[in-house]
Design a protein around this ligand. Structure first.
Ligand SMILES: N[C@@H](CCC(=O)N[C@@H](CS)C(=O)NCC(=O)O)C(=O)O
Length: 340
């Protein structure tokens, strides 16, 4: 190729890239202009994303939506929640119907590389398991050969269970549903011998049964299910904002910064506290946000540990232990990239 042609080609490529970026890289502007964040959540899952009788949403996944709204708009309440089934969620994100997805969604290679989406971190490390009624008399998943499985369509659980049964030379019949409510009702009305989903979701579905103590979760954990918030590809600034909003919650717990002491720590804390909370450094500017972006997150939503305990922890109906979701400082996997 002649030099001139190479130059022309390079200019064209640059124009295409810039053009594409300017079409898509507007999420922050859109959210600010609208004054609310549009966040995709589940249709209802206790502890993760659930609407109460007054129409207020709460949960661990809802807190990630709230954190982003606090960082971007200074108001954790400025969120419009869009309930989505497993099947609908990625289309809603890629089509621009929502600004971000925070709906117990597993980060997998195929999703990350083929759907035009980016995972912005992990807010719950999970694994798929099985729930049975105690009166079935089954104590292990290895006793489930030939059983009927209640399972939600469009989930990674469908793939996990297929692998598990094949690997163990067993068969099952899938009875699929679109929402967690339908799946729970199917299980409760005896349409299947077991219900399979991520462990946290089994805990959530179990508390929704008329008699939770009738059901038990089997000991096998058959897959890795790292759950986290998702954005569409093509807007790196927005990707950074969602990624670092979650990271700020995790970092705040590592630093011992809480909703109760954030005011004190931002004035009198150590250098890392001040950088996180915006009284020193440029972390906000680099994201295109105000200096108090992470302060607003911690003050209004809390750090990751506060959110975990409030929504799914031992004092909540789900009674989930921190386990893998403990801070790395306590032997878990929650580890924030350095905020500097
Ligand atoms: N983590 C898995 C499963 C996600 C999932 O949709 N699980 C069901 C469990 S029943 C759920 O949360 N449903 C909520 C709803 O119906 O909106 C995935 O990403 O595919």
């Amino acid at each position: 190729m002649h030099k001139k042609k190479i130059l022309a080609f390079t200019t064209l490529a640059a124009t295409l890239v810039t053009g594409a970026a300017s079409v898509q890289a507007a999420t922050l502007d859109d959210v600010k202009a609208r004054g609310t964040l549009s966040c995709g959540v589940s249709t209802g899952l206790a502890g993760f994303s659930e609407k109460d009788a007054n129409g207020n949403w709460s949960g661990l996944d809802v807190d990630v939506c709230r954190a982003v709204a606090a960082a971007v708009l200074g108001d954790a309440d400025a969120v419009q929640y869009k309930p989505l089934t497993a099947k609908e969620r990625f289309t809603a994100l890629v089509s621009g119907e929502i600004d971000m997805l925070s709906r117990n969604t597993t980060w997998t290679h195929t999703r990350d590389t083929s759907l035009g989406i980016n995972f912005a971190g992990t807010n719950y490390y999970d694994g798929a398991s099985f729930m049975v009624m105690k009166n079935l008399g089954v104590k292990s998943a290895t006793e489930l050969d030939g059983a009927n499985a209640c399972i939600q369509a469009g989930t990674s659980t469908e793939l996990a269970i297929a692998d598990y049964f094949r690997q163990h030379g067993m068969s099952y019949k899938a009875v699929t549903f679109d929402t967690s409510d339908q799946t729970r009702q199917g299980f409760e009305s005896g349409r299947c011998d077991f219900l399979t989903s991520d462990g946290s979701q089994l805990a959530a579905l179990r508390v929704g049964l008329s008699n939770p103590s009738d059901a038990m979760i089997l000991p096998e954990v058959i897959s890795k299910e790292p759950l986290g918030p998702v954005v569409r590809q093509g807007d790196d600034q927005w990707f950074n904002i969602v990624k670092w909003s979650l990271n700020a919650m995790i970092e705040a717990e590592e630093q011992g910064v809480t909703s109760a002491n954030a005011d004190d720590k931002r004035e009198n804390g150590n250098p890392a506290n001040k950088r996180l909370l915006g009284t020193e450094g440029e972390l906000g500017t680099n994201l295109g946000l105000n200096a108090d972006w992470a302060y607003n997150i911690v003050k209004q939503v809390g750090n990751y540990g506060e959110s975990f305990e409030r929504n799914v922890g031992m004092d909540s109906p789900l009674e989930l232990e921190r386990g893998l979701n403990a801070s790395w400082k306590d032997g878990g996997l929650m580890y924030a990239q350095p905020m500097r």
